[in-house]
Write a protein that binds this ligand. Structure first.
Ligand code: ADP
Ligand code: MG
Ligand code: ZN
Length: 613
């Protein structure tokens, strides 16, 4: 609506200018207008005529123009020029009597065809525009939902986004670029066309995109992928085109596509049904638009998704969304900072310690923490308190945990400790077992089903799996359960290791039945994959009972041997394990450098040295 109004005002001005311009043109062309003339009254003009200075007089209605011998024009208002005419008799003066209509309004009829033509054109233009707006809205359901929102000034700033400093610093260049695209253009610097923010919901992707626009002070065009669902074929694509057309007129700007996965899912080859077809058209249009302009032109496209894995690979290619920025769940420090942001304007009681709340809320997203603060404030208000106390926060936390019913969030202090020792167990084995993949980081921040994890990165892509590597993997998998048992006793071991045990068993099974890597290798050449008549390999019941029994024994031996090795390593590095568990309880995530310092030198991370993950 706003857009339309602005448009009408603009075009009205445009047509008016054109109209007046045309008239002016004809006026000048016909030489009637505005020769610089000196104003005289009747008697002055008569005087001039008497002194015979004047050589030409033109009378046109109530106005008389005179030209003297030096070429100067005079103009006088003489309503009844009859008397003047008498005075001109017998003088050597050229007298012109011009028809009264020789002024602007009387020439209107001549212009009429032009004016009519212009008006018709203008009308058609305006009509066409408003038709295309209302027309598409009338065409189908859900159309109006995919409205392009454009905001001129965004309030969000980087200071409102807490705990994801890495993402923020990565996007700083984008802000710089939007602030001054010319500078980058001159230097020929490579600016990403498309930035993809990804990560679990509620951790600030949308907020971050808005903050970029806010920091750069540019217009923000936004559209959400989910709006495109259930659209009539063709409409989604038209919206995308519209979005880019609008944005191109207002550079520098940001186009933000929220929930990109809703349109950007992998295209199904062959399988074409109604809904897919629409989505594919929309996706194709998006790809076309993204290819259709140069980067460095002042438009940055930011998209957000919870699921990178389902995105069509065409979207991720260079020149499209080729910059990927993870927006991860906050660690304990991030949570503290997010709580600071959202309690900025709340009267907190002196007993409130945000770090303590943060410690008790592993797995909470930024959005969870925001509602935690809100709930606490509401609860305090209900009880007519002047300030919000720690009790209110406790209450709010329980409410959110119960409401969310998500595993991991309800972690008790005791469970959190178990997770820390469990992961430290894996980490010690990953660190001290020859052949194990190097540690990338250790974390006790719950993510999905996992309560914590040791992230290991292979040094290089593995093509061949050596026996040593396979065994090391089994050993590392055993560390969690062993640590739990060693530090909390056999009664307190948890189901947390079930996945580890399954993993270890699977590797051992493959070693025996597929890779022939068990100790008595000459007898382990049985494979459970045999070639069938079509030269396909597939699982077959290729084993006799006795072979299977022997293989089971082999698998068991591998697991038992590995377990022994794992226990002895953990016993040897018990102190290291304990230190790591303690550090994890405080910092939640440690990277390889921190683990190395801790293991080799007994140096604990400090708040200053610890870099947020
Ligand atoms: P996403 O787009 O990743 O799902 P949002 O940006 O929509 O998450 O976050 C929802 C709300 O949660 C935000 O508006 C903000 O109030 C709060 N929030 C989320 N992450 C953060 C953060 N890192 N810092 C501050 N507030 C946050
Ligand atoms: Mg969002
Ligand atoms: Zn484990």
């Amino acid at each position: 609506m706003k857009k339309l109004k602005r448009f009408r005002k603009k075009s009205a001005i445009f047509w008016l200018t054109l109209f007046l311009g045309t008239i002016l043109f004809f006026q000048i062309f016909s030489g009637e207008l505005e020769r610089p003339a000196q104003e005289l009254n009747y008697s002055e003009l008569v005087q001039k005529i008497k002194t015979e200075d004047i050589r030409q007089v033109s009378i046109k209605g109530k106005y008389t123009t005179a030209l003297d011998k030096k070429g100067v024009y005079y103009k006088a208002f003489i309503p009844y020029p009859e008397k003047l005419l008498e005075k001109l008799d017998n003088k050597n003066i050229e007298v012109k009597l011009l028809p009264v209509d020789a002024d602007f309004t009387s020439k209107l009829p001549i212009f009429m065809p032009f004016i009519t033509l212009l008006m018709i054109l203008g009308l058609l233009y305006i009509l066409g525009r408003s038709l295309s707006v209302t027309g598409s809205r009338a065409m189908g359901l859900g159309k109006s939902r995919a409205k392009i929102q454009s905001e001129k000034s965004i309030n969000a700033r980087f200071k409102d986004v807490a705990g994801i400093d890495e993402a923020k610093s990565e996007l700083q260049t984008v802000v710089e670029f939007l602030k001054n695209p010319k500078k980058f253009e001159k230097l020929g610097g490579k600016i990403p066309k498309g930035v993809l923010l990804y990560g679990p919901p509620g951790n600030g992707k949308t907020l971050l995109a808005r903050a970029i626009a806010g920091e750069a002070g540019v217009r923000f065009y936004t559209i959400s992928g989910s709006d495109f669902v259930e659209m009539v074929v063709g409409v989604g694509a038209a919206r995308v085109r519209d979005l880019f057309d609008q944005a191109k007129k207002h550079t520098p700007c940001i186009i933000f596509i929220d929930e990109l996965d809703a349109i950007g899912r992998k295209r199904n080859m062959g399988m074409v049904s109604g809904g897919h077809e629409e989505r594919e058209q929309t996706l194709n249009q998006l790809l076309v638009e993204m290819d259709g302009f140069e980067s460095n032109k002042g438009i940055i496209i930011i998209a957000a998704t919870n699921r990178v894995d389902v995105l069509d690979s065409a979207l991720l290619r260079p020149g499209r969304f080729d910059r990927h920025v993870p927006v991860t769940p906050p660690d304990i420090f991030g949570r503290t900072k997010i709580l600071e942001v959202h309690t900025r304007n709340m009267p907190l009681a002196t007993d409130v310690k945000l770090e303590v709340i943060a410690r008790g809320t592993p797995g909470f997203s930024g959005a969870d923490l925001e509602s935690l603060a809100n709930e606490a404030a509401l609860y305090a208000a209900q009880k007519n308190q002047k300030t919000i106390t720690m009790k209110d926060f406790e209450y709010a936390k329980d409410k959110i945990i119960m409401g969310a019913e998500k595993q991991g969030r309800a972690l008790s202090i005791e469970d959190r400790e178990t997770v820390a020792y469990h992961e430290a167990g894996h980490a010690v084995l990953a660190y001290f077992t020859k052949g194990a993949h190097p540690i990338h980081k250790v974390t006790i921040i719950p993510r999905g089903q996992a309560l914590g994890m040791v992230v290991q990165l292979p040094e290089k892509d593995e093509v061949l799996i050596s026996k040593q590597k396979a065994l090391a993997n089994i050993i590392v998998a055993m560390g969690g359960r062993i640590a739990e048992e060693m530090f909390f006793g056999a009664d307190r071991v948890t189901s947390g290791a079930s996945n580890d045990i399954m993993q270890a068993t699977n590797i051992a099974k493959k070693m025996v039945t597929e890779w022939a890597l068990s100790d008595d290798q000459e007898t382990a050449v049985f494979r459970n994959y045999i070639e069938d008549s079509d030269h396909h390999y597939g699982p077959q019941n290729a084993f006799s009972e006795s072979v299977m029994e022997r293989n089971d024994k082999r698998i068991e031996n591998i697991l038992k041997d590995s377990y022994k090795k794992a226990v002895s390593t953990i016993k040897k590095y018990k102190k290291e394990l304990e230190n790591l568990a303690k550090a994890l309880l405080e910092f939640e995530t440690l990277d390889l450098d921190e683990v190395t310092l801790l293991f080799e030198k007994g140096v604990f991370p400090t708040k200053e040295s610890h870099k947020p993950s």
